[in-house]
Design a protein around this ligand. Structure first.
Ligand code: BT5
Length: 272
């Protein structure tokens, strides 16, 4: 598969954004852009961005792997330094999912939707995923309040062809190239993603409840209200109809066995 390598000048926000892009780290190969920023909490500035052509230990949720061939994907993470009381930690996956749908609607002709809790899909196939993590920053004597580093990682399949996915993913994964029939501009996607994430991060909190606004936008991109799904939680399988997803991301399922139950986004897995 041939690809044009990303260049720092093409992926650095231009014009500058309010919060993202103070430092842009572009790697040819790295274990994981999320790990790079998580390890840098306390040293790297707020708004740092990490990108890579290939990850040798790309991570999904709950110890799973994220795998893409060199140059085929957008693999990007951003670091946000937040106060302890910040609601971004709980809402980071939602924010990234909305930003990704908006960005891809702006720069591609693909109909990308959210699959609970952290997937981006086209039709029934997975285009990308989000991994949000956080940890407390080492205490800085100059600041009284403890700070948290929140890292949001996004992986988006761009240039893969159907035969380019490993057998286990062949049936359930897709890429922008497969869906649109042409090679997407990865740098343009990075720019659009950064711009949309930045807009949500810096939206005027006094104008309107920003997290409620984000939740409303998320529901607008959510492709599964009313669908029948199967999930696993605490070692048990559950099946039911999607009733809603609450602010912060927990799922309310109308169980086949009767009644409604709320499931935690962080610890619930999906059957494909
Ligand atoms: C995710 O996890 O979907 C989150 C993926 C986040 C990746 C980004 S890339 C930049 C940053 N740095 C990182 O190290 N990670 C983030 P999860 O919902 O757990 O899904 C993982 C599952 O998706 C795997 O077990 C596979 O079944 C499947 N999978 C792996 N690679 C895939 C791909 N390229 N396309 C579609 N599905 C894939």
């Amino acid at each position: 598969m041939s690809y044009s390598p990303l260049r720092v000048s093409d992926v650095s926000p231009d014009p500058p954004l309010r919060r993202l892009g103070s430092a842009v780290h572009l790697f040819d190969a790295i274990p994981s852009t999320n790990t790079f920023l998580m390890d840098g909490i306390g040293d790297l500035p707020d708004g740092s961005v990490a990108l890579a052509e290939i990850q040798t230990a790309g991570r999904g949720r709950l110890g799973r792997r994220w795998e893409t061939p060199r140059g085929a994907a957008v693999l990007m993470s951003v670091l946000l330094m937040e106060d302890e009381a910040s609601r971004l930690r709980a809402n980071a996956t939602m924010l990234a999912a909305v930003a990704a749908c908006e960005a891809l609607a702006n720069v591609t002709d693909c109909d990308v939707r959210i699959r609970w809790p952290n997937d981006l899909k086209i039709g029934r196939k997975k285009l990308g995923g989000i991994l949000a993590e956080s940890r407390r920053a080492p205490q800085d004597k100059s600041t009284e309040r403890p700070q948290w580093g929140v890292v949001i990682g996004i992986g988006l399949n761009c240039l893969q062809q159907a035969r380019g996915f490993p057998p286990a993913l062949a049936e359930k994964a897709t890429s922008l190239a497969i869906e649109s029939g042409s090679a997407p501009d990865r740098a343009g996607i990075v720019q659009a993603l950064l711009a949309r994430i930045d807009t949500w991060l810096t939206c005027d909190a006094s104008a309107h409840e920003p997290w409620a606004q984000l939740h409303a936008a998320w529901r607008g991109w959510f492709g599964e209200l009313g669908e029948h799904i199967e999930i696993e939680h605490g070692g048990h399988a559950f099946a039911g109809t999607v009733y809603d997803v609450v602010e912060g991301g927990d799922l309310i399922l109308e169980l086949d066995t009767g009644g409604r139950r709320q499931f935690d986004a962080a610890t619930t897995t999906r059957k494909w």
